[in-house]
Design a protein around this ligand. Sequence first.
Ligand code: PLP
Length: 364
Amino acid sequence: MSIESLKALFRAELDELSAYRVPPAAPAVKLDANESPWPLPPAARARIAAVLHASELNRYPDGRATKLREALARGLGGSADEYVLGVGSDELISLIATAMCRSRANAERPVVVFPEPTFVMYGMTSRTHGWRAIGVPLDGAWDLDADAMADALERTNPNVVYYASPNNPTGNCFSRSRLEALIDAFPDSLHVIDEAYGPYSGQSFATFAEERPHCALMGTLSKVGFAGIRVGWVRIHEALSAELEKVRQPFNLNTAAQEIATLALTDLAPVIEEHITSVVAERERLATALDEHESLRCFPSNANFLLVQCAGNVGELCAALLQRDIAVRQFSTGDSRVRSCIRITVGTPDENQRLIEALRDILG
Ligand SMILES: Cc1ncc(COP(=O)(O)O)c(C=O)c1O
């Protein structure tokens, strides 16, 4: 069999997609992936080392991750059985796409809707599972366009609707009244609110999910200091979590990830809080400094990053920053409105100062 005939066996949707690529080398100042800039302090590392030392790595992990789900329920509310865990929230998007893929009557494929621009994996993962993905442009203030969203939901009757709030890459939270109105008007869809950046916003949509069985909340430890362990969750009505559990690989979260995540939600929670407070304060300082440049416009942010519109050539600006060993995120595809923007993750005070000085050097 030739390679061509083997390639013909892959899903047709893959022809239109590219793999999600991450730049290989880490520059000195890494402000491109919305991670926490703070390494854990020595005492927290020692605590993790002690817990791992006592772990039985010769055994399979706890397939139900009971201790971690109980820690989530205690920390964020609800019952442990409402939580389904994934290798990052990326895996949960994939589990939802695998499990909830029955097409509506008269539709050829299941449909997912999300406002745009947003996190690319809602569309990409759903498409690799054969779904039709529909992006609805956000309004001029990056808020939900209530009429356009309602129109899309009415026309396509999606299985799932994703909302990232705060949204990536725009940084803002969506208005509660618009979001609530959409969720209430379309009770036959699952509405998933992704709060990956929620800890930086000081607000949560938890009550929406508590009051409505067709609303779920997604969360992750990736943006608050634990991107390396890949732990995410969805809090969803128990009747639906039971269905998602059927498609989850039984040992998806390894022992080290479960132990560290449990510590992150309990003993290490004060350390995380301290880091979040620092990032929020730095976000405001950085925004003020960036706004001093006539050619830059910083959008208001409730997250750990800033979306910055650039009047000049964005590619040249990113290259000039990279020459100074500073990486920020550029958008070459997707919503045309963000192609003139860069996304800057808020770093430590030192990293932010390096960025501020580099921009003064480049832009004058
Ligand atoms: C809105 C949003 N949700 C989820 C994720 C991915 O989170 P995880 O690392 O848990 O897969 C990202 C990552 O950039 C994101 O921006």
